[in-house]
Ligand binder design. Structure first.
Ligand code: PFF
Length: 449
């Protein structure tokens, strides 16, 4: 515990592991491949990487430094740095986004938990994996129960707190995850017909770059790096002045991007080899991965179970960061104790997740945003609207209100030879706010490209 009693990361590796644990999750292994498939493959990957460099990494630095400077949660950070101004609304938006994201995140994570137990039988049946997946999500009780199980695990860990809970559970996952991804990739790219998938994934077809694809890529970068909602502000608030923020940002973004890119290499070759549909949507990972492991013979079942176990743990380290954003707010501002905050908020989020969970069964006729089903609507509202909006406002806050010089000074305290400088200042003042604003104008139809 640090002197202010809020808790602090116990080691440098503990922080990187926890922040990377927040970033790496369903966003990399479930969402990245499926969104890449929907928006046409290679061109989307390129867009993703460009947005990562120009928007993702600078905003990741920004959130970490705001957290460390203020030593506060998402709302408290703005209250401390800009007292008496409406800037705390940005923190509030973040807390709202955390509620919405965790509600559907837990539902998808629940599918992964269910698959730990079901995938062996599914593979033994050797039936059509698309039908099996649809069968699972369209049943009423099972997805709801697994959603409850996943939320209960998340609440349990957040109750334990920063050092005992979050840090300990984040440490050893990554190397194992990379290992199993490599097994998947080797099997996937050696399937007959796999090269068409590599081509889809790596060769950009520039006609696929539409305004909608750009918004989707922006949303994916924010979602994947846990940005735009104060999660990295909250994690930064447990960071000591000795830590190197600019370098840590590179490590976190690098690890996150590596896992996402590996997931694509595992999925797309197999999708084409098996004659599946790359734009299949949210089921893509759940359908493709068991099919790839099936092609390995009996050991495949072992790997299949291990994969969904690891996916669940990866989802858990992200879910705890989502719950932590809201919990930290109630601990700091409303003076609730950690256990009470985690349980009450966790239950509310579980309830909010009942709707997307039933969205493929009894509520399958409900569409909220356009043709989107409930889960997709929650996701769109949070990831493509609230997160980029939050990121845009944070950039404006630093660039035009609080002061980019102060930000650079804070970030560079504890930094090694790689420091933030004029490029960061230019991106935060101009590129990020204007760029995100233009993407929004385009998506509401005011500007067309
Ligand atoms: N970054 C997580 C993932 O890729 O799965 C999801 C997430 C966690 C988003 C925390 C936002 C957040 F604040």
């Amino acid at each position: 515990m640090s002197s202010n009693g809020r808790g602090q990361w116990q080691s440098r590796f503990g922080f990187i592991a926890a922040a990377a644990g927040s970033a790496i999750g369903l966003g990399n292994i479930w969402r990245f491949p499926y969104i890449t498939g929907v928006y046409g493959g290679g061109a989307f990957v390129l867009l993703y990487l460009i947005i990562l460099l120009f928007f993702g990494i600078p905003i990741l630095n920004s959130e970490l430094l705001l957290g460390r400077k203020s030593q506060k949660n998402a709302v408290g950070a703005f209250r401390t740095l800009a007292p008496g101004t409406p800037w705390s609304i940005v923190g509030w938006m973040g807390v709202a986004a955390a509620f919405i994201i965790l509600a559907f995140y837990s539902v998808v994570a629940g599918w992964a938990v269910a698959y730990i137990f079901k995938v062996g039988a599914y593979m033994a049946q050797g039936a059509n994996h698309a039908d099996l997946f649809v069968g699972h999500i369209t049943s009423t009780a099972a997805p709801l129960i697994w959603h409850a199980v996943f939320m209960a695990m998340t609440i349990g860990i957040v109750m334990l707190g920063v050092e005992k809970g979050i840090e300990r559970y984040s440490k050893s996952l990554m190397p194992v995850l990379v290992g199993i991804m490599i097994v998947l990739i080797v099997r996937s790219i050696t399937l007959p017909g796999a090269t068409a998938g590599l081509e889809f994934y790596l060769k950009p077809d520039f006609s696929k770059i539409t305004g909608e694809a750009i918004l989707a890529a922006l949303g994916q970068v924010f979602f994947s790096l846990s940005l735009g909602m104060g999660c990295m502000i909250t994690y930064g608030s447990y960071l000591s002045k000795k830590e190197d923020i600019p370098m840590n940002s590179i490590y976190i973004a690098g690890a996150d991007t590596l896992i996402a890119l590996l997931a694509g290499f595992a999925i797309f070759p197999a999708v084409f080899a098996f004659g599946m549909e790359p734009a299949a949507g949210p089921g893509l990972t759940f359908i493709t991965v068991p099919a790839v492991f099936n092609a390995m013979g009996p050991v495949g079942i072992f790997f299949g179970i291990l994969f969904f176990l690891l996916l669940t743990i990866a989802a858990l380290t992200s879910a705890i960061s989502l719950l932590e954003v809201v919990t930290a707010y109630f601990i700091d501002e409303a003076k609730w104790d950690r256990k009470k905050a985690a349980v009450i908020i966790g239950i509310i989020i579980f309830l909010l997740g009942i709707f997307p969970s039933l969205g493929y069964s009894v509520l399958s006729h409900v569409n909220i945003i356009g043709p989107r089903d409930i889960l997709d609507s929650y996701d769109f509202l949070a990831s493509n609207i609230l997160l980029p909006l939050g990121g845009m406002l944070m950039a404006i806050f630093i660039g035009w209100f609080w002061g980019v010089d102060k930000a650079i000074e804070e970030a560079n305290e504890g930094a090694g030879s790689y420091k933030l400088g004029s490029l960061y200042a230019f991106v935060i003042k101009y590129i990020a706010p204007i760029g995100i604003f233009i993407v929004f104008l385009n998506s509401i139809g005011i500007l067309k490209f």
